[in-house]
Design a binder for this molecule. Sequence first.
Ligand code: PEP
Length: 256
Amino acid sequence: MLLNKMRRKLLLGNWKMNKLASEAREFALASKPLAELAKKNNIDLGVAPTYLSLAATKEAASKDMIVAAQNVHFNPSGAFTGEVSIPMLQEFGIDWVIIGHSERRAYDNETNQKCHDKMKALFANHMVPVYCVGETLQEFEEGRTKEVVGRQIREGLEGFTAEECKDLVVAYEPVWSIGTGKNASSEIAQDICKFVRETLRELIGDTADKIRVLYGGSVKPVNVKEYLSCPDVDGALVGGASLKIDSYEELLRNIL
Ligand code: PEP
């Protein structure tokens, strides 16, 4: 419990392929008082816009708002058509990146190895990965959640030191609950987030107690508090309910 209190709550919106840059800017401006409120209550608040909206969001948002990219390439430059590199993000002051979101794992062949390569490059640049893990519906029904999530954690983070991982964030997102309105119960969220921390402990020792583990999957204003009441759930990664400023505000107010 004491250790849980050491970890600041984190509420991160994943906008996926939504919002024009003008809409992102409008949201960012409207979110300024929320960033202030979050800071006063020791909560980290952020959003992850598309690449094309990062600059507008960063420029319009409070400096206390985390503005994260949804992806990055592990090479600094080169012949990688359609990709964006770490220095390109850094030029705009972006130092958080979502890695291994299940949609990228499913549609863009984002393997554990690729996630590892990306996180290696991020750690080398003192940036913060939000590493997403989670099982499919079939894996859940076959009772293989811990096997799958354990492998994602081990292969994704293999060989990194505790020092490198100190700012890492992990998001447990059961694939069957993302965008479906089907929630994992808070008991499942707690059980797997605790398992994530235990697996992290095998890799990086007691630094695992400092790593924030988020739950994601159909988090809404009505259920966010229940998830965050779990001792091993330190925050939420939120898709749909983060898109409208009113709902985003409600999410925050419900965890103050
Ligand atoms: C997500 O995109 O990471 C997510 C959890 O989406 P949703 O909240 O819409 O299920």
